[in-house]
Unconditional design. Structure first.
Length: 94
C-alpha cells in the first residue's frame, strides 16, 4: 500500500541581515518514505535527502533573496510547498 506524502515543518523566514547564516528546513511523512528537496527561487536544488532536509546558507547575500520551495516525492506522488521567503535587510550594525 502506498500513501501520498505530506510536507510538514516548513521554515518560516523573517527579515535577515546580510552576512548572517540562515537555516532552511522542511520534512515530509509518507509511505514509502519520501525524498525531500529544498529548491531556491532559481530552481537550484540546495539539498535532497530522505524524509527531511535542512540547509544552511552561510553569509547570506542579495543573490539569496527570494522564495524557497520544499518538494517531497515517493512512488505515490509528489507534494510541493513554498517553504518561505528570504527577505534581506541591509548589513546589520552590531
Amino acid at each position: 500500500m502506498s500513501l501520498k506524502q505530506t510536507i510538514q515543518n516548513l521554515t518560516t523566514l523573517y527579515p535577515v541581515c546580510e552576512g548572517r547564516n540562515v537555516k532552511l528546513k522542511c520534512s515530509a511523512d509518507g509511505k514509502p518514505n519520501p525524498y525531500v528537496a529544498l529548491v531556491d527561487s532559481r530552481g537550484n536544488v540546495l539539498k535532497y535527502s530522505a524524509n527531511s532536509s535542512s540547509y544552511t546558507i552561510s553569509s547570506v547575500k542579495r543573490d539569496n533573496e527570494g522564495f524557497f520551495n520544499c518538494s517531497a516525492r515517493n512512488e505515490a506522488g509528489e507534494d510541493n510547498r513554498t517553504a518561505g521567503f528570504l527577505h534581506l535587510q541591509c548589513k546589520c550594525i552590531e
